[in-house]
Design a protein around this ligand. Sequence first.
Ligand code: ATP
Ligand code: FE
Ligand code: MG
Length: 350
Amino acid sequence: LLVLGIETTCDETAAAVVARAPSGAGHILSNVVRSQIADHLPYGGVVPEIAARAHVEVLDIVIADAMRQAGVGFGDLSAIAAAAGPGLIGGVIVGLTTAKALALATGKPLVAVNHLEAHALTARLTDGVAFPYLLLLVSGGHTQLLAVEDIGRYRRIGTTLDDAVGEAFDKVAKMLSLPYPGGPEVEQQAALGDPDRFSFPRPMMGRREPDFSLSGLKTAVRLEASRLAPLGTQDVADLCASFQAAVVDVICDRVRAAARQFRDLVGIGPTALVVAGGVGANESIRGALQRTAAELGTRIAVPPPALCTDNGAMIAWAGAERLARGLTDPLTLAPRARWPLDPAAGGGKG
Ligand code: ATP
Ligand code: FE
Ligand code: MG
């Protein structure tokens, strides 16, 4: 199967062509990402209307590049996949409508992909992970621990009661006057700082339920920063390092709690601990989770950073996985701003 994937749910305009063999092995033929970072930089965060317009301006070029780099024509494709949500609705509409137009013009089936499902399935492309696995999804909008039992079968084990991990990184960056997007900036600063200078709280640590809460930690950083103001460069680095150390401790503890619940819920242990979402690009978090997985006696799969953050390859891959199961969607399909992976778990911020 050969699938074109289109991603426009947030601030990345992306398209990719991915192949999936009957064995389940995946291969990325092209993966083009046009980041809107420069467009949003003056505002310190993603502005939805600007994002939607930027997607309109560049999506056709991004798709043409992805097709050209893959060396394939539309006639060679098995399907057109697009993220149909969750995300900023203006952007989702741009990507999904473009995919529908291409499907209509080429006579190829449309596959509507849940953006979170795409993050969740990426490790099957990069590491060939088998079901069931424990998924830590940590991105800008989501922080969840899920049991992934099959395509379309996700059970939420834990979630965040307030901020997502990526959101906490972004907010800490903002309060320290670091440029958007904050996650990579905080990580860079943390590498230069002392993680033991401030002992920030580790909310939820030790609790049986594998949920997260990050607003208390964020507030602690804010209070310390205002106490120290004006901040010197070493202060900023130490605040970042101490914040990141607290996040690392919390994440590893919550994964341990989730691994226990996974066994009760699914009946067997996970084949792997899979890390997905933009925060998975963080080296400290990746390293700490590697040690946690070893402790738990399971293997870890973390896609390379470029496939952790938003990209078209993950949408194309999820589309191929769905298509292999015969799952396609009608051209009447509506975009969704909200679309939980585990509908039984309901809303909540996670
Ligand atoms: P969602 O997938 O939930 O809809 P999103 O698409 O914005 O949200 P991603 O693009 O998957 O999320 O990830 C972006 C988030 O990851 C941002 O919050 C960013 O700060 C964070 N992030 C990226 N790189 C790093 C890093 N090295 N360290 C920490 N956080 C990071
Ligand atoms: Fe994402
Ligand atoms: Mg993003």
